[in-house]
Design a protein around this ligand. Structure first.
Ligand SMILES: [Zn+2]
Length: 212
């Protein structure tokens, strides 16, 4: 299978309502972590980020927030942003518009207990979202995709290879996806410290996505 570490420019133009990268004046990387919060691994990520004074955006599954509110609290306390990743990690292409929106709103009621957000951030699980769903959601949510996918969840590529590719394709303004889920744990723990060190030494800073 072909792996798109870097999102093709045509896809970005085609889906221009979505955010793929965020132009920045200084050397900036927008790290994002999908699927948490979960015990130990999310806390591990928070510890790594602290070492570099890095801020990030956590696209949380509502059900996980409900199960692990303390970790969610910790994410906010350390200055990171919470994003919405549906309540049940739904696949947009096989979910009706109404069910999809309802599940996202349900996740947002969880998030709202920890962080006030005028226009919340939403990222579709599996990157699956239809044109119709975008129209349905874009008034209320900022839909955040990504520019670089780290493939930390994919065991068909070695951690070393995924790290090399992710580093190669990251540029200033990139929105980069990692995963704080158990499937990605082993690769994430190899990749994240090395990735942070590499770009910190090159003078990059890591910022959370600012809410509008
Ligand atoms: Zn996900």
């Amino acid at each position: 299978m072909f792996h798109f570490y870097k999102i093709p420019i045509l896809l970005k133009i085609f889906f221009s309502d979505l955010v793929w990268n965020i132009p920045a004046k200084e050397k900036t990387i927008y790290l994002t972590f999908d699927d948490g919060p979960i015990p130990h691994l999310t806390e591990y990520v928070l510890g790594q980020l602290d070492e570099y004074d890095a801020k990030a955006t956590f696209f949380c599954v509502g059900d996980n927030i409900k199960k692990h509110p303390k970790i969610c609290e910790e994410i906010v306390k350390r200055g990171h942003t919470l994003g919405n990743h549906t309540f049940n990690h739904l696949k947009g292409w096989s979910t009706s518009n109404d069910d999809y929106k309802q599940n996202i709103d349900l996740c947002q009621t969880q998030i709202a207990q920890f962080q006030q957000q005028a226009k919340p951030l939403f990222r579709p699980p599996h990157g699956q979202i239809t044109f119709n769903q975008i129209q349905h959601l874009k008034e209320k949510y900022q839909i955040i995709m990504w520019d670089v996918l780290a493939y930390d969840f994919d065991s068909s590529h070695s951690a070393h290879k995924s790290l090399q590719k992710s580093m190669k394709f990251t540029e200033s303004g990139s929105v980069v996806v990692f995963h704080d889920n158990y499937k990605a744990e082993e690769k994430l723990k190899y990749m994240l410290p090395r990735y942070l060190k590499y770009f910190a030494e090159k003078g990059f800073c890591f910022k959370n996505i600012v809410l509008r």
